[in-house]
Ligand binder design. Structure first.
Ligand code: PMP
Length: 365
């Protein structure tokens, strides 16, 4: 008997069951080609079609304007922490250029650490004073007028804080790490100069990184930038400067099709609001569990919570697992629990989790 669970992993995360099933059905013979997607030449007609469809479906899903390019890259968001400055600081005549950062948690910190190699760093705002539990208000940011760009992480996967708007930053290019909330809510791509996201939360398996870049950001890579990470070269080779991660791109394409079929990003957002409300409303109603993020800043994707009596942590994980609710343990840097409820988590999964949390409270509260 196969085990069926609700998977709350922060990433690599649950994929839609339908997508996994379709990939299984097509595993040994992709649509009559006699080939598994894993065995195809990336330059052959079959994979060329897979890539073109993935690109146009993502463009449709996010209403990406024509003056933006979609790149399928490797190295994850961590590599982009170097790739972004290597491609953008060269736009400034004065070196070292300054990059403005809004520091909202673990992933912002990583981005900032890497940027020091390529530029002067200005922390325009930070929520470190309160343990990264909020998004600093836009009117408190101290931006540099001629910065190379402003960087934000739109959803902090570990801290569970999320921007619920796109900040205005004037003429300075805005760069967003959307690894953990892309495709989960509507937003205006044209407010950003560059968006990047590792795939392994809302898009597909790990191994492919999506970069969406406005045309005027191309062609400024520093001489030290590896060719495979020079966005202009990657665009010119249609994401095939090197062999792209073909299988993750194929799965990402299936996910895009699936989301389109469900009604697109607007439909996902509606369900995501329902799911997040369900769990946060319960957390608001009890003091058996704690969430440290004020309501306005709470992530719809990652819900960290703590048992007031931390000695019950192991029991919680063990009993949740017995109820087929898995991968709920919080990140080692913060402890407690975290429920990641990306697009592929159905409403029933969150209902079952909340019911379990209530039962657990009754039993041990
Ligand atoms: N940024 C965010 C917001 C993330 O959630 C993660 C991964 N959890 C990363 C960056 C790093 O991604 P990767 O390990 O794929 O490079």
């Amino acid at each position: 008997m196969k085990r069926v669970v609700y998977n709350f992993s922060p990433g690599p995360a649950a994929l839609p069951k339908e997508v996994i099933q379709q990939a299984a059905d097509e595993m040994t013979d992709w649509r009559g080609s006699g080939l598994s997607v894993m065995e195809m030449s990336h330059r052959g007609k079959e994979f060329t079609e897979i890539l073109a469809n993935a690109k146009s479906d993502l463009r449709a899903l996010l209403s990406i304007p024509d003056n933006y390019q979609i790149l399928f890259m490797q190295g994850g968001a961590i590599a982009e922490n170097a790739v972004v400055p290597m491609n953008l600081v060269g736009r400034k005549s004065q070196q070292p250029a300054t990059i403005d950062f809004v520091n909202t948690g673990h992933w912002s910190v990583k981005t900032i650490e890497e940027a020091h190699k390529y530029a002067k760093v200005n922390i325009a705002a930070s929520s470190e004073d309160a343990g990264f539990t909020y998004i600093p208000a836009r009117d408190t940011w101290k931006l540099t007028p001629d910065a190379a760009y402003v960087h934000i992480c739109t959803n902090e996967t570990i801290g569970g804080v999320e921007f619920d708007y796109t900040p205005e930053v004037g003429d300075v290019p805005l760069v967003g790490d959307m690894s953990s909330n892309i495709l989960s809510r509507e937003f205006d791509v044209s407010k950003y100069a560059v968006i990047y996201a590792g795939a392994q939360k809302n898009i597909g398996p790990s191994g492919v990184t999506i970069v969406i870049v406005r045309d005027d950001m191309l062609g400024h890579a520093l001489p030290i930038c590896p060719s495979a990470f020079d966005w202009k070269l990657v665009v010119e080779h249609d994401s095939m400067f090197n062999t792209p991660p073909t299988y993750p791109i194929y799965i990402a394409g299936l996910v895009f099709q699936h989301v389109l079929k469900l009604g697109g990003v607007a439909a996902m957002e509606k369900i995501n609001i329902q799911k997040a409300d369900l769990i946060y409303n319960y957390l608001n109603s009890t003091d058996f569990y704690i969430n440290r993020v004020p309501a306005a800043h709470r992530s719809r994707m990652n819900v960290p919570f703590f048992l007031r009596d931390e000695s019950l942590n192991a029991k919680f994980i063990e009993e949740a697992d017995k109820n087929d609710l898995v991968q709920l343990k919080g990140h080692s840097s913060v402890g407690g629990m975290r429920a990641s409820i990306y697009n592929a988590m159905p409403l029933e999964g969150v209902q079952k989790l909340v019911a379990f949390m209530k039962d657990f409270e009754k039993k041990y509260g």
